[in-house]
Design a protein around this ligand. Structure first.
Ligand code: ATP
Ligand code: MG
Length: 458
């Protein structure tokens, strides 16, 4: 049978060593013993232990000195101290010096086993988090993290296209990292030392957008008291990033097309052509092709922008990246908030992995930031996650196309009932009684419905 963990008991009294050794052996742990702090330290140097249990009262090097030395050599080592009855001072010093817990003599076996179990669990939690941080190092690209195949392919493509001058169109839902990709392209291009100008097409009114982009000459419009350079001129030699390009109107699209084709433009109100050398990167969270098909986006501009297309998958399609992203954001926000590096419990991680992330990476990032700020220890458990992550509401989309030219009203209702039943069974892990409760119907009616709707449970 696999042992539950390896323990090292440091105690100068052989009888105490024996008692602890037997207790822990019986509970499935592997136990080594040392009779002094010095011997204990030597054993620790030789091999690793999940937990050290150390008596405070020992001749020569006492328990507290031993603890300090252990923590100096291996700050992450889990240690439980055994203190004498009534010695509050030792207990306080132990915790201050980094012990995980202390047990006061005389102790009950149960108290020892409880403390040991908690320490071992904590240790494996820390180990998992350390492991994750090590894996993370391999999967970083610029400011991005991703080990999912689609992300790895995307990193490769980004590096491949970066050195060229080709126009790039980045497509992805909100919060998937489009701006990070655009930045990475610029950073890996020969233009990296020149400006990277971001133009947010979503929030700026059309005429302001044009004067921002192309600049204006003195007197071009009321209030134009002097001439002004536009963003294209500022980005000369560098890159310009059009965020939410799907929002620009047809008139501005025509002007943009001209810049792309002829590499020149005029300031508003001006007569001189201005020549620029700018690499264009665009992003959209809407399907540009669909906007184009509706006649709201110029076809010629679409093809000019879409020379290289970089699709960014939504987070729900790359859930294997969630643990790495969590670990990345934990490090980021612990550092920013000057907190000790936080570890996340497997339970909290499981909740994060099962959520569907409509707001993608940005939403995950915000949730981790919140958890780190609210945390009072260095452990992030599920209680630090928002309620909607722990109890996600099930949204029931209509299961059939409506209006339907093939299904009758009765058939549509039938489909909807089926969907309700299937969802409730899923939420109740297949337990019919629980599923019936969720639907607020009695179990007999529920099981009749299963038959009528021809649903096989399990
Ligand atoms: N792969 C990733 N690794 C690390 N951080 C990421 C990753 N993807 C996104 N982020 C972070 O998530 C946030 C959103 O990213 P970004 O602003 O690039 O998304 P976006 O697609 O431009 O979103 P929007 O359409 O809403 O503008 C940023 O703070 C970014 O740092
Ligand atoms: Mg963005």
């Amino acid at each position: 049978m696999k042992k539950k963990g390896r323990m090292l008991v440091i105690d100068d009294e052989p009888s105490m060593q024996e008692v602890l050794k037997k207790l822990l052996n019986d509970d499935g742990y592997e136990v080594a013993v040392a009779s002094s702090g010095k011997e204990g330290l030597h054993k620790l140097e030789q091999s690793g232990y999940d937990l050290v249990i150390c008596d405070v009262m020992m001749p020569d090097m006492n328990g507290l000195q031993t603890l300090e030395e252990i923590k100096r050599l291996a700050p992450e080592q889990m240690v439980i101290m055994i203190t004498a009855y009534g010695s509050v001072e030792d207990a306080v010093s132990s915790i201050k010096s980094g012990a995980f817990d202390y047990i006061t003599r005389p102790y009950k076996n149960e108290a020892v086993l409880n403390a040991v179990q908690r320490a071992v669990r904590q240790r494996s939690l820390i180990e998992e988090n350390i492991n994750l941080r090590n894996i993370l190092k391999k999967y970083r690209f610029e400011n991005m993290v991703g080990k999912n195949k689609k992300m790895q392919d995307m990193f490769k493509l980004t590096l491949q296209v970066a050195p060229s001058k080709s126009t790039v169109l980045i497509e992805g839902e909100s919060g998937t990292g489009k701006e990070l990709v655009a930045t990475a392209i610029h950073q890996n291009s020969p233009r990296a030392s020149k400006s990277f100008v971001v133009v947010n097409c979503g929030t700026v009114p059309a005429d302001l957008l044009e004067s921002n982009l192309f600049g204006h000459v003195k007197g071009a419009f009321t209030g134009a008291i002097s001439s002004k350079k536009g963003l294209f001129e500022i980005a000369d030699g560098g890159s310009i990033f059009f965020d939410e390009i799907g929002n620009i109107n047809l008139e501005t699209q025509a002007k943009l097309l001209r810049v792309i084709q002829e590499k020149k433009f005029m300031r508003l109100g001006g007569v001189d052509n201005i020549q620029v050398d700018v690499r264009i990167i665009a992003a959209t969270n809407k399907k540009l092709k669909e906007i184009m098909e509706r006649g709201e986006f110029r076809e010629d501009l679409f093809y000019r922008l879409n020379v290289i297309n970089i699709p960014l998958p939504p987070l729900r399609e790359r859930k294997d990246d969630i643990p790495l992203l969590v670990s990345h954001f934990l490090q980021k926000y612990c550092e920013e908030n000057k907190k000790k590096l936080c570890n996340i419990t497997p339970e909290a991680m499981a909740y994060l992995e099962s959520y569907h992330w409509p707001g993608n990476v940005r939403e995950l990032q915000n949730i981790i930031e919140r958890a780190v700020v609210l945390a009072t220890t260095d452990i992030i458990g599920k209680e630090l996650l928002p309620d909607y992550i722990i109890n996600p509401a099930v949204s029931l989309n209509f299961p059939v196309q409506f209006p339907s030219n093939s299904l009758s009203f009765k058939e549509m209702v039938h489909e909807f009932e089926r969907k309700l039943i299937l969802n409730s069974l899923k939420m109740a892990n297949g337990v019919q009684k629980k599923a019936a409760e969720l639907l607020k119907i009695n179990p007999t009616t529920f099981s009749e419905m299963l038959k009528r709707l021809n649903i096989a449970n399990k």
